[in-house]
Design a protein. Sequence first.
Length: 184
Amino acid sequence: MGSLKATLCAGAALTAVACPAAATAYAADGGGVSVTPAAPAPGGEVTLRVADCAEQTAVAVSAAFDSAVELSLTSTDGALVGSGRVRSRAAAGAHAVTVRCGTAERRGTLTVGDRARPPAQAPASPVAPVDAGGGGTAHLAAAPHEDARANGPGTAQAVTGLVLAGVAAVAVALRSARRSRGTD
């Protein structure tokens, strides 16, 4: 655990033990920290939102997070927003989230879901082709519902093919004419 995270967690725990009246006042105020999704699985992503903060940035700490979550003023309504990851070994249940907002402290609760339930954002298998180039076949991967063999070559490809076939035929005829003159 990093020293900053340990310091912040220890400070939050000390504040909660030493100042139960202040913790109750903030909890009665609704806390001001909202967590989305409501019950993420261990290893899942969460978005934190804190309204009515006088600062431009803040840091959220919780024993359930991999690391401290930095919040910044990104929304037009003045709320601080940030994203973090729930520890992959976080225990299911409620975990306190503390955000220091200037001289004020906001509290919220993060409820970690059951480990047996896989995260909703992770599909079981690939759902789209990988954009990895492909050269002349890239258009086939981009539009799998169209059968390129049914469409055939376009007009430009047909004209180019005929011109090249004509040039090849003339080259073969000239070479044959030169060979036949050379043997006489």
